[in-house]
Every structure is written in C-alpha cells, then in structure tokens.
Design a protein around this ligand. Structure first.
Ligand SMILES: NC(=O)N[C@@H](CC(=O)O)C(=O)O
Ligand SMILES: [Zn+2]
Ligand SMILES: [Zn+2]
Length: 436
C-alpha cells in the first residue's frame, strides 16, 4: 500500500490540477481525494503496512505514453535495444512506449511483433508495444497481414522512416485497416521534393549553403493522406508534423470530420532551422527543423487541439555515425531522457503551454487514440505514475544517460525539472533518477 500525500495532481482525464492524496494498492489506484484523513486511510487499508510519501512541492501525473520511439531491436543494437530504450523511457517519465517498425528486419510479421512485445516484458521497465509495418519489407508495395499482426500485439501500422509513395497502396492500407480498428501512422515526405536535402529549405539553408527540403515535401503528402482518409473512412495518425501549412490542412480536415490525429515532436516545438550549425549533427533530423513561424504555428496547433499529441520520435544513432560530416550523418535525435524536461523548461515555464495540456497530449490523448491502458489516474486503473520534481537539476552527460545513444542537442547542458519517482503498475522502477 502506498500513500502519496499532498501532491499536486495533474490528470486531465479527471479534469484535476490540484493538491490531492493518492492511495495505491495491488498495482492499482485505490483512491484519489483532496481530503483524505489519517483515519480514512487506516480504514481503507485495514491494518496493511503503508508506505507514505510526502509529495509537497512535486507533481504527480499519469505515466506518459510515447507513440513514436525507435528502439532499434532487432538488428541495430549498437544504436539502442529494447532493454536500454525502455530503461531510458522510465527515466524520462514514460510508462508506455510504442516501438517503431523500421528495425532490421522490419516488423512485418506476427512473430516479429511478438518478439518485440516479449523483449519489452522481459526488460520489465516501460510497457513496450509494437508497431507493425504497413507494407511487406517496408517496400511500399504489398500490404502486411494486418489482422494477424494485430493478434500478435501491434497497436498501429507504420512504414515510418519512409513515406508510402504509391497513393493507391496508401488508399488500400486505409481501407483494409478498418477491419482492425487500428490507425495507420503516416511519415509524410514526398521523396522527389525532399530529394537529398539536408535541412529545411529557407533563409538558414541558403546562408549555410546546404541543400534544402521544402515545406511542401511534408504538406503535399499530408494533403494526400487526409483526402484518402476521408474517401475511405480509414483511421490516420500523422507522425512528426513540422510545418504551419500541415497544421492548417489538419485543422480544416478535422472541421470536416476526417478521422485523423497528429503528433508533434519536442524538438520541433523548441528549435528551428536557425539553431543548426554545420559542426553539430545533433539537430539533423527528419522532418527537418522548420522556421520560427512554423514553430509558432505548431505551438498554437497543439494548444487548440489541432495537434493531438506530443511524441518524442526518439531516434538513437551511434556516436560514430553522428560524428560524420553533416551531409553524411543520419537523421535523428535521441530524446527519451530529456524530452519532458525540455518541454517543461522551454514551454511550460515560459508560459507557452500549460501543464494540463502537456500531460493530456502525452498521456490521455495517446491512450484514447491507440486504445491503450493508462493515461489516467482514475481509481481502479493501473498505477502507471510519475512524480515530477520541478526543481531537480541534472547535467545531461554520458555518465548519467541510460540510453545507448548520445545524439541529443542537450549534451553537456543542464536541464531542470525531472521525474524523481516512476511506477509501472504500482511497481517503483525509478527513484531519485536511479533505475530500480
Ligand atoms: N526522425 C528521424 O530523423 N529518423 C528516424 C526515422 C523517422 O522518424 O522518420 C530514424 O529511424 O532514425
Ligand atoms: Zn518518420
Ligand atoms: Zn520516427
């Protein structure tokens, strides 16, 4: 039995943002109340031993659910594996992560999905839920056995890392996915418009003399996928939205009732193309960091609900790969361990986003859209919870990162505000930044 006293609870699923006491029993939330007395607690526990935690000055919220992480297992375990990635997740405040399918081999069969799920269970940190590919071999041609893969535990389908260029294949995928009730997650990028660009096309790319990727490379595919979703009645989730034009397209589609949700990554909310330097490949990411105007539109879209979720797109790479010249280094930012702190520091503390909206977009909305447990602290639900200390400071350095990856723009910097206790189904898995 666990009793968290006087803690500031942020739980948008219950419209809570206030001081509460929380009781946890046998892995589940037993009670949550602003006026629990010692006597009432004694009565509820009936003689059981109680561990009391003073929550004053800290926040408690549902464990975050990240719908976009690359864990690289099977096949690229030098970048990350399911154990290291799920440990990084709970250090960062995530109790459920969705594992992208662009591994080696790609997750295009039921047995492979089952492997990912089992490895997650064996690791025993965050819940790891597999995403299956949309097409066999991620070749963009032939659809996978969607129903069979759902039996194997996949919670969505995505060829993320690559766009499905053939519109007829995308249309068929949106048609067939209806039989499963699961969403297709689209990585929107027109290969011809993107070409071999290295950063977003604009003033900054011009100044640096780097080949640019125009905003249209994303938005033409966003428009295509919205049209196909409307036509088929399929279920679409748009990954890593990065431009103002995409936000506007989604806003208009939602007004028409199209079955679409969208996510934004913390790096697109915090950085822009002006922050990129040739000597630092940490900010080389796909889709590329956009303009300041785009960033403002993304924040506005997240505030007004056009963008439903925040997701990390944790994309670990080795130091050797990221040490290559800018043109040759792979795209991607590793972010599970820093994302929440960065969002807190750059967006919540500056008044750009409320805590309530951040927690809703990173726990409740993902749970609702992907049909997952969690995202709430309602009595009777599994106690996936985060205790967050807004004053806790940490230097982001290799010695304290548990992810195998170092490709973060925060390396060597100090961030403030971290999860100091994390529970998965009532089991404490992280305490004072140390994994248990
Ligand atoms: N975001 C990235 O820059 N890279 C991702 C692929 C992806 O999310 O499209 C990766 O797998 O490394
Ligand atoms: Zn992608
Ligand atoms: Zn991705």
């Amino acid at each position: 039995m666990l009793w968290l006293k006087d803690v500031w609870v942020v739980d948008p699923s219950q419209k809570l943002a206030s001081a509460q006491s929380v009781l946890v029993k046998e892995g589940k939330i037993l009670a949550i109340s602003s006026s629990l007395t010692d006597e009432e607690v004694q009565f509820k526990v009936q003689g059981e031993a109680i561990e009391t935690i003073d929550g004053q000055g800290k926040l408690l919220f549902p464990g975050l659910i990240d719908v976009h992480t690359h864990l690289r297992e099977p096949g690229q375990e030098d970048k990350e594996d399911i154990l290291s990635g799920s440990r990084a997740a709970v250090r960062g405040g995530f109790t459920t992560i969705l594992a992208m399918a662009n591994t080696q081999p790609v997750i295009d069969k039921r047995a492979l999905a089952e492997f990912v799920r089992l490895q997650g269970e064996r690791a025993g940190y965050a819940h790891v839920l597999p995403i299956g590919t949309v097409t066999k071999g991620m070749q963009g041609e032939e659809l996978v056995e969607m129903a069979d893969m759902k039996e194997g535990g996949v919670v969505a389908f995505s060829d993320d890392g690559k766009n499905i260029q053939n519109a007829e294949v995308m249309r068929l995928a949106l048609e067939y996915v209806k039989l499963t009730g699961l969403p297709i997650i689209s990585h929107c990028e027109d290969n011809y418009l993107a070409g071999d660009g290295l950063m977003r096309r604009g003033r900054a790319s011009g100044r640096m003399g780097l080949k640019g990727i125009p905003a249209s490379a994303e938005s033409v595919i966003v428009a295509r996928d919205l049209i196909l979703t409307e036509e088929t009645g399929g279920k679409l989730h748009l990954a890593h939205i990065s431009t103002a034009e995409s936000v506007e397209l989604i806003r208009r589609a939602k007004a028409r009732g199209v079955n679409v949700t969208a996510e934004v990554n913390p790096h697109h909310l915090i950085f822009c193309d002006e922050d990129i330097h040739l000597t630092d490949t940490a900010l080389k990411v796909n889709p590329p960091l956009a303009s300041q105007e785009d960033r403002a539109a993304l924040i506005e879209g997240l505030q007004d609900g056009t963008i439903d979720m925040i997701a990390t797109d944790h994309a670990p790479h080795t130091q050797a790969e990221k040490a290559r010249p800018f043109a040759e280094a792979p795209f991607g930012i590793a972010s599970l361990e820093t994302a929440l702190s960065a969002v807190y520091q750059y967006l919540v503390l500056t008044g750009k986003l409320s805590w309530e909206r951040v927690i809703e977009a990173w726990s409740y909305s993902p749970a609702e859209r992907f049909g997952l447990k969690g995202g709430t602290l309602k009595p009777g639900t599994p106690a996936d919870m985060v205790l967050f200390d807004p004053g806790y400071k940490e230097v982001i350095e290799p010695s304290n990162l548990v992810s195998k990856a170092r490709n973060t723009p925060f390396l060597g910097k100090t961030l403030q505000g971290f999860p100091v206790m994390v529970w998965v189904e009532g089991r404490l898995v992280q305490r004072n930044r140390m994994l248990l």
